[in-house]
Design a protein around this ligand. Structure first.
Ligand SMILES: Nc1ncnc2c1ncn2[C@@H]1O[C@H](COP(=O)(O)OP(=O)(O)OP(=O)(O)O)[C@@H](O)[C@H]1O
Length: 232
């Protein structure tokens, strides 16, 4: 097991973002983290990335309590870009090399090239799709134990979404664990090992995709709908 979330709750003022969430992330698995707007996906991702503290409960990373020191083993693609438009692509290479010991510059250069992105272009001149692919190239060029992608497909067209998914599954290592927060479960269900579904801050589904498709004989989206109905 790579990570364990135990009875975690998080509030923002009066708003409960996460309520008593417990789950385990196994090594080598690809997880889909789903839920409606405001369900708590990004909050959970920030907690897993160790950039947000929990109010209650605890998070174990391997055998110890998760701390900011573990960020060196966790590659996090946030739902908002870390970089302002005036940053140059070459500067991002230098920043990654400076901040992350596990950054594989050659791999990143190759990915940027394969995606047809000119390293001399300004960040602001890239299309939405190329900007996502560029930032994913950096995230995927770290040799992390855990990769977190918060809504990597947001506002991409179907072709770009497929390319982004392919990039994630083809660039990774077999031992690493991947969590993708997404609304687009039906489109990519066959890629995932396990689906986590949040509703109003509560984890109501933590289920194997094989089990849903095989034993339950239904698509993941339909399965989630029945779980939602059962949950009132
Ligand atoms: N920094 C914050 N300050 C105040 N409230 C917050 C903050 N972050 C999240 N929230 C609230 O916590 C709840 C969960 O938000 P979160 O962004 O985690 O949901 P989400 O599932 O990622 O939603 P979306 O799909 O819209 O991105 C929401 O009601 C949100 O308004």
């Amino acid at each position: 097991m790579l990570m364990e979330v135990r009875h975690v709750s998080k509030r923002y003022g009066k708003k409960t973002a996460l309520a008593d969430v417990s789950l385990k992330l196994e090594k080598g698995k690809l997880y889909a983290l789903c839920g409606n707007n405001g369900a708590g996906k990004s909050t959970l991702m920030r907690i897993l990335a160790s950039v947000e503290r929990v109010d209650q409960g605890d998070v174990l990373f391997e055998t110890h309590s998760l701390s900011y020191l573990d960020r060196k083993e966790i590659a996090y693609f946030a739902d908002e870009s870390f970089f302002s438009d005036d940053v140059e692509i070459e500067e991002i290479f230098d920043l990654y090399e400076y901040f992350f010991d596990d950054f594989d510059r050659k791999k990143c250069e190759r990915l940027v090239y394969q995606n047809g992105i000119d390293r001399n272009s300004a960040l602001s001149s890239l299309s939405k799709g190329n900007r996502v692919k560029l930032e994913l190239s950096f995230t995927l060029s770290r040799r992390a134990k855990l990769y977190l992608f918060d809504e990597p497909f947001a506002s991409l067209d179907p072709l770009a979404r497929e390319e982004v998914m392919q990039m994630i599954v083809s660039c990774g290592s077999e031992d690493a664990t991947y969590v993708i927060a997404t609304h687009l479960l039906a489109e990519f269900e066959s890629y995932f090992d396990q689906v986590l579904f949040l509703q109003d801050g509560k984890l109501i589904v933590d289920q194997s995709v094989d089990k849903i498709l095989g034993e339950k004989q239904m698509g993941v989206q339909d399965y989630l709908k029945t779980c939602l109905r059962a949950n009132g």
